[in-house]
Structure formats: C-alpha cells, structure tokens
Design a protein around this ligand. Sequence first.
Ligand code: NAP
Length: 412
Amino acid sequence: MLLCLAEAEQKPAGDTDREIHAQAPPASLSFALSPELTVEREGLLQAVVFVHCQLVAGQNEGSIKPPCPGAPPQLTMDARVCEHAGPTLLLKAHRAAYKVRAFMEQVTIIGTGCAGLTAALYTARANLNPLVLTGTMPGGLLTTTSVVENFPGFPEGIDGYELMTRMQKQAERFGARVRFGTVEKVELGSKPLRLTVDGEQVETQALIIATGAGHRHLGLPSEEKLEKKGVTYCATCDGALPMFRNKPLVVVGGGDSACEEALYLTRFGSIVYLVHRRDQLRASKIMAERVLGNPKIKPVWDSVVTEVLDVAKDTVTGVRLKNVKTQAESVLDCAGVFVAIGHAPNTAIFQGQLDMDDNGYLITRQGTATRVPGVFAAGDCVDHVYRQAITAAGQGCAAAIDAERYLAALAR
Ligand code: NAP
C-alpha cells in the first residue's frame, strides 16, 4: 500500500479541484512517485493509493501534497473521490499500471481527538511525516460538544467541531497525513509494528495510541432497543431533531457532560429533567450553578433509570425511575433520553498486548511509554483522572516527543 507519497503532476490547472468538489466519476490524474518508493511493474493491478488534499482555507480548492523531491518515476492512474473527512479529502485510485510495495511509516497515530492531533502537530514539525488515522469519529468526542469554554486561548469559547478542525489543519500544515480509517487489528509483538486498517496493512516503527473514549451506556436492554428511537448519547448531535422539540426530555448523569447536555437541551425541550443517582452534582461548580439556576431544568435526585419506555411502541415515551433512598418507583413521561454518565476507553483492540487497568485504561510508564517499546499512549484512553481537552493535548505533545526520541535512538 502506498501512503500519501504522490504529487499531482501535469494536470490541467483546476482539474483536480473540480473533480474533488463535484465528487465526479473517475477522472484521470497523473502522479509522480517519491524516489524512496519501490515500484514493481506487475501489469494492470489493483493498487490503492491515498492522496491527501489540503483545502485552502475559505476557498473550495484542493492541492495535493507533500511535494516529492528529485526526479521520480511516473505513475498514471485513474482516481476518484472516495471519502470526505472534514478538511481532508482522500482520493482513491482504482486502476494502476504499477503495484507499489508498502513502505514503513516512521510514526502512526491512532485517533484525531485533542491528544492525537497534538501528537500529529509535534511529530509533523519533527519531520516525521506522521500518518494519522481518524477511526470512526474524526475529531473525537469534542466534536460532539457545543461550546468549549476552558481551552486556553479562546476567551469567548470555541465550538468543539471548529476547535478540532483547526487542530487538524494546523497539523496538516506541517505535513501530517490524516486518513479516514479504522484500525481493526494491531500486532505489537514484533518489529515493525503492524496495523490492519480497513483490511489493509500498515507497518510502522512507532505508534501513538490516542483512541480516546466512547460514551458509557446504562446497560439496560430497553436502552439498547430504543437507541436512535429517542435514546441518544449526544445532545449536540441529536437535540434539535423534531421528535424532541417542545417535549419533556430526560438527561441521565450528574457530571459536566450531563450538565452541558441539559443546558443545551433547554433550547429545544419543554422541560429538561436531570436524573442523578445522588443528591449532589459531580460537575464543576460553574456548570452546577448554571444548571441549578436554570428554570427549564428540573433535577430528579437520588434516582436511577430502571427501564426506558416503551419498547412495545418502538419509541421513547418515558422512563421508569427508582429512588435509591426510598426504593419508590415512578414513571416520568418524556420524548427523549440523553445518557451522559461518563466514558469508557476505546482500548479493546489492545487487549492482551498492552497493560491496562480493570476499566480498560492503558497503563503508561516513564511518560507516555507502554510496555511495548515504540508504542506510546495519550489522552482519554489512558487518563481517567483529569480527562480534559487541554490535558489530552498535553499528553499528545508528550507522546510525540517520546516517539521522536525513540526513533532518534533507533537511528543511532
Ligand atoms: P463523569 O465526571 O465521570 O460523571 C459521570 C456522571 O454519571 C456522574 O455524576 C456519575 O454519578 C454518573 N453515573 C456514572 N455511572 C452511572 C450509572 N450507571 N447510572 C447513573 N449514573 C451514573 O463524566 P463526564 O460528565 O462525562 O465528564 C468526564 C470528564 O470530562 C470530567 O473530567 C469532566 O470535568 C470533563 N468534562 C468537562 C466539561 C466542561 O468543562 N465543560 C464538559 C464535559 C466533560 P456519581 O456522581 O454518583 O459518580
């Protein structure tokens, strides 16, 4: 597999751009290969080539990078748009006259949240040309947040999606290659390290794991059956849906996430019930004060959801509650249930290969190193204590520096 070592050549001006944005049928493009690549002539073989295109801010333009030095051999192929992931466009070539042998990445980063993109920025600026794999949620959990008010440098706050888009652009500016792809398997027992990404092999000398965390579920069968039928884990993504407009809504949880969800939902719901299993919020003081002072939010203390109603109707009509102090049961009518009870680390693919605690958080030592040399971890997949955007970014920076030093030592 060839990973982003191609450069557009001899294309009529504007041709590539038009193809990208029109998402048009296959068009012929000509690429020049980097001289470091080994090219084997094997007749007309299928070759998958990902070429990164960087959008020029504010304009619908694309350009292909990075430039390849020297006088490279020529490769002509048909290309078409196959993915559109935020500001990065991936072109997929589907017919090529050459097979290009895989080459090894210096550093691969899994995850494009705060930790992953900060690691990308630092490794890119260290000329390590990092490959950055998005997973299924490009930009990570912060893209599901409305306004981020506690990331330094943004006194008015910044939209979570915009913050992550800016981070990606900043990393790409220095040569990070962000690719839409999900890592299905890792083989960390030998060198080079191997990843299977959407069925394709990637070999890498160093790996930075920044896979973040996913939403924790209540674990109720009715919750699972009614997911996307009124049960959701993201108010910013789903809150504005017509099914929730001017209807009573329930948020479950007592942390910052639950408070943020409840506040956001006051824009849409007739009333927002905040169901919490204790009589005190875990959230930061400022968030708790905002929630408790909002007339559209009604806390329901000491209560847990025991069932989401109504599976028989295939839509959410309410929740069955139990008061944990009195054991009294009740039903609360609502059109939506927004579960915000924390997160679980996305580390299942590393099970048995890396050390992790009972909750699945990766265990690091000496900074961001895991027990496998060359494998580093940062952000919400490691940190169950601070779990902030800025601490994740800091750990991503540390992981990049650790990886850079590891690679420098390898080269000596
Ligand atoms: P969290 O702080 O771990 O809070 C989870 C909440 O869910 C707790 O109130 C917990 O109850 C409750 N809970 C957990 N399991 C439950 C269950 N099975 N049934 C019912 N309730 C359950 O998680 P978070 O709110 O997602 O926040 C995670 C981190 O991100 C925190 O460090 C937070 O500060 C940060 N964050 C910050 C912001 C912001 O600054 N604007 C926004 C979002 C998140 P107990 O309290 O009883 O344990």
